[in-house]
Design a protein around this ligand. Structure first.
Ligand code: ADE
Ligand code: ZN
Ligand code: ZN
Length: 327
């Protein structure tokens, strides 16, 4: 019964927000293939029983809980989490500033703050199991969201939600086009409408075209001061650069805005679908990277707690491991 509800709500939610169920499930499923054995065990420990060990089964949970369609009894209790799915920058500002855009010194209520916060919670051995499970569910979803370019969009058009027009003659808005329509079209036309076939294709891309990018994408640049587990400011800046150069530009390279109805089709789709696929794959690399790092840190933490005599040795090992990983 619960299971049926979950499946039904997943179908429903595909009309709301985030990457859409398909995008989030693809990111999570790809990420799971890159988990270490220890991370796989760690994740299973925090997954609810009905996921049968699949991260992808809960990847859309944060969208489901906030919608009256999918959570009619309880959605009001989750509305606080709605603003954690995105961050907006001033219109045509092509960089991200934590203080300006996410109120970093106080509230931090944006996808950047959420990722930093839930990363800490998931890594904190003093949190109870329920809290760490919730942190995992949010983290899987938000690391997907933060790789959808328009989840770091312009404030004046609410990340493309207010920019309306036609995509292959169907009325829509720019945000929905990136959450859903491009992925749907790709799967329908090139993969017989079979998500599993598309997953296999992306998995193959990850292991061939993008294999040499994985280690680079998994680490934070050394000047990323905020946090060395999840470099969310870097991921947001990647979106914003894409937004200024491609996402917010029509087929003639003209900027799109709320007072202009776009007409997009073959040219926009063909030149942008590769960007979308790279963002899905990058999202999965970052998600697995964050979980793997948390689990590794924890092993050292447990070791240190269990055997204080070795704490210095443990830190040296960790330090050397980090040196190796970062250079
Ligand atoms: N919902 C999803 N993304 C959004 C954004 N960038 N701004 C406002 N609402 C959103
Ligand atoms: Zn979302
Ligand atoms: Zn969205």
């Amino acid at each position: 019964m619960f299971f049926a509800f979950f499946i039904l709500s997943s179908i429903y939610i595909s009309k709301v927000n985030g990457w859409g169920v398909t995008g989030h499930a693809l990111v999570a499923k790809l990420a799971q293939t890159m988990l270490t054995k220890e991370s796989e065990k760690f994740v299973r420990n925090y997954l609810p029983w009905y996921t049968i060990g699949n991260l992808s089964m809960l990847a859309s949970w944060p969208d489901i809980i906030v919608s009256p369609n999918t959570n009619p009894i309880d959605y009001l209790n989750w509305l606080w989490s709605r603003e954690l799915h995105y961050v907006n920058v001033p219109d045509w500002t092509c960089n991200y500033d934590r203080n300006r855009d996410c109120n970093w010194t106080s509230r931090q209520r944006c996808v950047d703050g959420a990722i930093q916060n839930y990363t800490k919670q998931l890594a904190d051995i003093n949190q109870d199991n329920i809290q760490r499970q919730e942190a995992l569910k949010f983290l899987v979803h938000f690391i997907g969201d933060i790789h959808q370019p328009l989840h770091a969009g312009f404030v004046g058009d609410k990340g493309g939600n207010l920019i309306r027009g036609n995509f292959f003659d169907k009325p829509t808005n720019l945000h929905a086009l990136w959450d859903q329509l491009m992925i749907e079209r790709r799967i329908l036309l090139d993969f017989q409408n079979d998500e599993n076939k598309y997953y296999d294709y992306l998995f193959n891309l990850l292991q061939t075209t993008y294999a040499h990018n994985i280690s680079q994408w998994s680490k934070c640049p050394s000047d990323e001061e905020s946090h060395y587990v999840a470099c969310s400011t870097v991921w947001i800046n990647e979106n914003i650069e894409l937004n200024c150069a491609y996402i917010y530009r029509d087929e003639d390279n003209k900027p799109m805005n709320i007072s202009y109805e776009f007409r997009l089709g073959e040219t926009y789709y063909n030149t942008r679908i590769g960007i979308l696929e790279q963002r899905l794959i990058q999202g999965s690399v970052r998600l697995s990277g964050v979980i793997n790092k948390i689990v590794k840190l924890q092993k050292h933490e447990h070791h240190r707690k269990k055997n204080n005599d070795y704490s210095f040795v443990s830190y040296v090992i960790l330090f050397v491991e980090n040196l190796i990983n970062n250079y």
